[in-house]
Each structure stands twice: as structure tokens, then as C-alpha cells.
Write a protein that binds this ligand. Structure first.
Ligand code: CO
Length: 134
């Protein structure tokens, strides 16, 4: 079912500082920061030839990653994202296999404007997994 690796997302305490460090120390190509009001995150994309890293910071008081940053004040890996051909079929498979989907269990448009679901980390060995329609 999963096809490609899409991105790894890392929550950082300071977006500019993190972007600067990836740029200068690792020589990475980094984007300008984007604010996603509806997702409550600001993101900088670190673009690699074969994948990308998303550096995220809470945006707004109701950000879903606010408490994550409070618990991991120096930053931490937040989730990994893989692509699937059919997100609705993926939902069915998760339900069939007793894997919980976060939220109301239906796909929502993610940061790349494609439908995504997040799988409960307790059902996947401690890793928050995002599945994105390819
Ligand atoms: Co993501």
C-alpha cells in the first residue's frame, strides 16, 4: 500500500534558527517560512533530491503541536509521511486492522493540499505516521 517516502517533520523551538543551521551547517536548500493558519503550524521545507524535511513551529494559540514543543523544548522528530495510491482504501485497511486514525477518522487536506490521515502512534510502535494521497 505505501509507495514513496514523502517527508519527515521535526518540531523546532525557533524556525529561523533551525532553517539557518540546516542551510549553513548542512548546506541544505531551504524554503522561506510558510504559515498555515488552518493547521496551526509555520513550516520551512528543507529540500533534498529524493525527499524533504519539514521544520515546524507552532502557529497561533491553538496549534496542535504546541504541547509537543512544551514536552520537547529543544525540538524533536514529530512524524514521518509516506504516500499511498488511495487514501480512502488506506482508511478502510486501518479500520480493518484496528489501527486508530486521529481526529474523526476521515482524510483531511494536509499542508500540501492533498488528503492525509494520521495514525495513532500507540498503534505503530511509537511513531506518528502520516499517510498522504500521492
Ligand atoms: Co507532514
Amino acid at each position: 500500500m505505501i509507495t514513496k517516502f514523502n517527508h519527515v517533520a521535526i518540531v523546532v523551538p525557533n524556525l529561523d534558527e533551525a532553517a539557518q543551521k540546516y542551510k549553513t551547517v548542512l548546506g541544505a536548500k531551504v524554503s522561506e517560512p510558510f504559515d498555515y493558519l488552518e493547521h496551526g503550524v509555520s513550516v520551512v521545507f528543507v529540500e533534498l533530491d529524493n525527499t524533504k524535511i519539514e521544520l515546524m513551529h507552532p502557529y497561533g494559540e491553538k496549534s496542535p503541536i504546541k504541547s509537543f514543543l512544551e514536552k520537547n523544548s529543544s525540538g524533536a522528530m514529530h512524524h514521518i509521511c509516506m504516500e499511498v495510491k488511495d487514501i480512502f482504501k488506506a482508511c478502510g485497511e486501518m479500520k480493518k486492522n484496528g489501527v486508530r486514525i486521529l481526529g474523526d477518522g476521515t482524510p483531511k487536506n494536509g499542508a500540501h493540499n492533498k488528503p492525509v490521515i494520521f495514525l495513532h502512534p500507540k498503534d505503530f510502535f511509537g511513531t506518528l505516521i502520516e499517510l498522504e494521497q500521492e
